[in-house]
Write a protein that binds this ligand. Structure first.
Ligand code: 5AD
Ligand code: SF4
Length: 449
């Protein structure tokens, strides 16, 4: 009998991308094949994000368009996975009647059984959160590429007051060092060139006596030719030991994503971020003294409840002081059940947009200024894929995570090469290959979905 086919569509953060690979692994183990297109699938999973209202809105819209698959082929099973499943539960099944399954982030092992039941017409909901589930033993089915994600911890215990994640993904729990190292070994054997360790709060990782610095040290020594990245860090857990581990291991990228959220101490307190702007700046100073070439990026929220013009100006001040290489910048979006939800949403949309635009404008100016000194310099780039704009050019990233575009020359995907930069803008470096650095065996696709 031909295998049934599953198509997975992923919204939201990198954790979701990693989770979709876990789901693909589970389905693959249960005799399903992967579809490249929703049109050829017997099962469509939509892995969703709840972090902001517009993320949910996009999924609702997508479910509307999936209605047509359902009316053309009523046998297709449609499942909503991830954070929206956890947050909205039965509501998703009741609404519009196209969703057959609603499965939260800790219940993916049940998917094969729930899908089987759905084929016989039974709708299913599984949204229990777990204190222990970490999918330690599931081998994710990865898409081709040079970079792989490994999720090393799940959940979040920080309870920032604006954030829905502690409610949709539950309590923090870490995988064992042993299973992470086994996965790194497998990825090395499969030819991957870059690994990003993932967690909602990755630097609060703990397995017995091992903390995140110990894990990074161990991971980086499995294969020194593989670049190691990690995300996302909370400033509270950015220990000196971890900073030194990053400094001392050549293959750990000198790039730290360190969300600040706001520059106002009053707002940081309301956000429950557990640091003041002065403490955050001290931390940045410490990082820069231990890793002089470090590149920093951040997350910023504009228009948190009660944010005044003066609060917002302090955010701009912190941005000017740190001079981030990049930032993810958001309008505050009230999320039901969070503490901030109860604080109201008193900053008008107009003001939020205005503040956000100014934040983006300032960041673009700083990013450009940060990139300009690279003109004429040589950077090391891992070749990732063809550039979106031209089939004659490759796109890759520097150690500092800067997107770099250059003519293909003799380079292959997966090569680590030197590129001389001749032009920059705020988001991209443009250059020419200088010389091949290391001979790396021809890149092999790990698993072709
Ligand atoms: N509104 C706006 N941005 C948010 N984030 C999390 N919750 C919200 C919200 N309710 C942002 C934070 C976080 C990033 C992943 O998303 O900046 O660091
Ligand atoms: Fe959300 Fe804060 Fe946890 Fe990040 S640290 S996932 S923003 S609660």
């Amino acid at each position: 009998m031909q295998k049934r086919k599953v198509y997975i569509e992923t919204y939201g953060c990198q954790m979701n991308v990693a989770d979709s690979e876990v789901v693909a692994g589970i389905m693959d183990n249960n005799n399903y094949a992967m579809a490249n297109d929703a049109a050829e699938a017997d099962v469509i999973f939509v892995n969703t994000c709840s972090v902001r209202d517009n993320a949910e809105h996009r999924v609702h819209q997508r479910l509307q368009t999936l209605k047509k698959y359902k009316s053309n082929s009523p046998g297709v099973v449609i499942g909503v996975l991830g954070c929206m499943a956890e947050r909205l539960r039965a509501e998703l099944i009741e609404k519009g009647n196209i969703v057959d399954l609603v499965v939260g982030p800790d219940e993916y092992r049940k998917l094969p059984e729930l899908v089987e039941n759905a084929f016989s017409g039974e709708k299913g909901i599984a949204v229990r959160l777990s204190r222990v589930e970490n999918y330690d033993d599931i081998v994710p089915l990865r898409t081709e590429g040079v970079s792989a994600w490994i999720s090393v911890m799940r959940g979040c215990d920080k309870f920032c007051t604006f954030c829905v994640v502690p409610f949709t993904r539950g309590r923090e729990r870490s995988r064992s060092v042993k299973s992470v190292l086994e996965e790194v070994r497998r990825l090395s054997d499969a030819g991957f060139r870059e690994i990003t360790l993932l967690g909602q709060n990755v630097n609060s990782y703990r397995d017995g006596d091992s903390d995140f610095a110990d894990l990074m040290e161990a991971v980086s020594s499995v294969d020194r030719s593989i670049r190691i990245r990690f995300t996302t860090s909370h400033p509270q857990d950015m220990s000196e030991k971890l900073i030194r581990t990053i400094a001392e291991n050549e293959n750990i990228c000198k790039y730290i994503h360190l969300p600040v959220q706001s520059g106002s101490d009053r707002i940081l307190k309301l956000m429950n971020r557990t640091y003041t702007s002065a403490q955050y700046l001290q931390l940045v100073e410490k990082i820069e003294s231990i890793i002089p070439a470090v590149s920093l990026s951040t997350d910023i929220i504009a228009g948190f409840p009660t944010e005044t013009e003066a609060d917002y100006k302090q955010t701009l001040e912190v941005m000017k002081q740190v001079r981030y290489d990049g930032a993810f910048m958001f309008k505050y979006s009230p999320r039901e059940n969070t503490k901030a939800w109860e604080m109201g949403d008193d900053v008008s949309d107009e003001i939020k947009v205005q503040r956000l635009n100014e934040i983006i404008e300032l960041q673009q100016k700083i990013s450009l200024e940060q990139n300009q000194p690279l003109v004429g310099k040589t950077v090391e780039v891992l070749v990732e894929r063809e550039s979106a704009k031209s089939s004659d050019e490759w796109m890759g990233r520097t150690d500092a995570n800067k997107v770099t575009v250059f003519p293909k020359g003799n380079a292959k995907i997966g090569d680590l090469i030197k590129v001389k930069v001749h032009k920059v803008n705020s988001a991209t470096l443009f250059g020419m290959i200088e010389q091949a650095k290391k001979e790396i065996p021809e890149y092999r696709v790990a698993v072709n979905l």
